[in-house]
Design a binder for this molecule. Structure first.
Ligand SMILES: Nc1nc(=O)c2c([nH]1)NC[C@@H]1CN(c3ccc(C(=O)N[C@@H](CCC(=O)O)C(=O)O)cc3)CN21
Ligand SMILES: CC(C)C(=O)C(=O)O
Ligand SMILES: [Mg+2]
Length: 290
C-alpha cells in the first residue's frame, strides 16, 4: 500500500482533513518543509505516536501529518516501566512497520536512551539504522548538550526533531517527572530551544514546559514547536495514541485529553466473544465450512 505512486485519500472523512495535508494541497508525502511552511501560515497541526501497521494506516488516512514511533513503545508496547529500557533492536522493526503502512505522513523515529549520547558518530550510526528501516526523520532528547549530534545528523541529510523541557530519558538526572521552565529555569529552556534550532533541527518537542515559556519559544523560533503539556500556543501538539484514545487505563496525565474509550470497546468485545463461546453461540454455520 505504501508503494502507491500518487495516493489519494479514500477515507469517508476526507473532506475534514485540514489543509496542511488535504486534497487541495496535493502533498504526496509530507516533508519537513511543509511543517515549517505551516508555521509561516499560522496553521496548527497534530502529531501522534504509532507503533504498528493498523494505527499507522488509520492515522495517515485521518490526515495526521507526522507520526512518531516513540521510545514510549517501551511502556506502551513492550511493557517496560520506563523508556530507559527499550533498545534500537526493539524499535527498528516498529519503525519499519509504520513506514510500510503509511503513504503521506512524515514518519519520525525516536532515538532510544543510550543510542546517541556518546557523540555525533554514535548518533549518526543509530540514525542511519532508523533511516534504512524507512524513517523520514529522527528525534532525540536534549538541547544545548545535544547540539553537536543534531548538527552531525543534519549534515548527513537526516532531518532531526529536537525534544527539550522534560526529557523522560533523563528522568533520574532531572529528579522525576517535573514541569520545566518555571522562574529562573525559563532562560535554560529558551537557551535549549535556540541551540536546537541553530543546530539545524526542523522542529522541536516541548514537553511539560510552562505555557508562557512555550509561547515565548514558539514566537522566537523559525521552526515549529510541538507541545505535550506545554499549553495552547505551540505550533503543533503531540500525544501518545494510547493516551489519546483511552487504550491505557488508569488516571491520565494532566496534559492528556481522551478522545475515545478504546479500552472499554476492546474489553467488551473480548467479553462478548468469550460469552458466546461459552454459550455455544459462536461459531454458527455462517462461520463454518461444509
Ligand atoms: N503513555 C505514555 N504517555 C506519554 O506521554 C509518555 C509515555 N507514555 N512514555 C514516555 C514519556 C513519559 N512521559 C510522561 C509520563 C508520565 C507523566 C506524568 O505522570 N505526569 C503527571 C505528573 C506531572 C507533575 O509531576 O507535575 C501529570 O499529571 O501530568 C509525564 C510524562 C511522556 N511520555
Ligand atoms: C511523547 C513523545 C514526544 C515521545 O517522545 C514519545 O512518545 O516517545
Ligand atoms: Mg520519546
Amino acid at each position: 500500500m505504501a508503494s502507491t505512486s500518487n495516493p489519494s485519500p479514500s477515507t469517508s472523512g476526507a473532506d475534514e482533513i485540514p489543509s496542511l495535508y488535504g486534497p487541495g494541497k496535493n502533498v504526496k508525502r509530507v516533508r519537513t518543509r511543509h511543517l515549517i511552511e505551516a508555521k509561516e501560515r499560522g496553521e496548527k497541526w497534530a502529531m501522534l505516536t504509532s507503533y504498528d501497521q493498523y494505527t499507522a494506516a488509520l492515522f495517515d488516512e485521518a490526515g495526521i501529518p507526522a507520526l512518531l514511533v516513540g521510545d514510549s513503545a517501551a511502556n506502551n508496547v513492550y511493557g517496560y516501566e520506563t523508556t530507559l529500557q527499550v533498545s534500537v533492536e526493539e524499535l527498528v522493526p516498529l519503525v519499519a512497520a509504520v513506514a510500510r503502512s503509511t503513504e503521506r505522513t512524515l514518519v519520525i523515529a525516536d532515538l532510544p536512551f543510550g543510542s546517541y549520547e556518546a557523540g555525533p558518530a554514535q548518533a549518526l550510526e543509530t540514525a542511519v539504522r532508523f533511516m534504512k528501516a524507512g524513517a523520514h526523520a529522527v528525534k532525540l532528547e536534549g538541547g544545548r548538550r545535544m547540539a553537536e549530534q543534531i548538527r552531525a545528523l543534519t549534515n548527513a541529510g537526516i532531518p532531526v526533531m529536537g525534544h527539550i523541557g522534560f526529557t523522560p530519558q533523563s528522568e533520574h538526572a532531572v529528579g522525576g517527572y517535573r514541569v520545566q521552565g518555571r522562574d529562573a529555569q525559563a532562560a535554560e529552556v529558551e537557551a535549549d530551544a535556540h541551540a536546537v534550532a541553530e543546530a539545524g533541527a526542523f522542529a522541536v518537542v516541548l514537553e511539560m514546559v510552562t505555557a508562557a515559556v512555550a509561547a515565548e519559544i514558539t514566537k522566537q523560533l523559525p521552526i515549529p514547536t510541538v507541545g505535550i503539556g506545554a499549553g495552547p500556543d505551540t505550533d503543533a501538539q503531540v500525544l501518545v495514541w494510547q493516551d489519546m484514545a483511552g487504550l491505557r487505563r488508569g488516571r491520565p496525565q494532566r496534559f492528556v485529553k481522551r478522545y475515545a474509550e478504546v479500552a472499554d470497546v476492546l474489553q467488551n468485545a473480548a467479553k462478548a466473544f468469550a460469552d458466546e463461546v461459552r454459550a455455544g453461540e459462536f461459531p454458527t454455520k455462517a462461520h463454518s465450512f461444509e
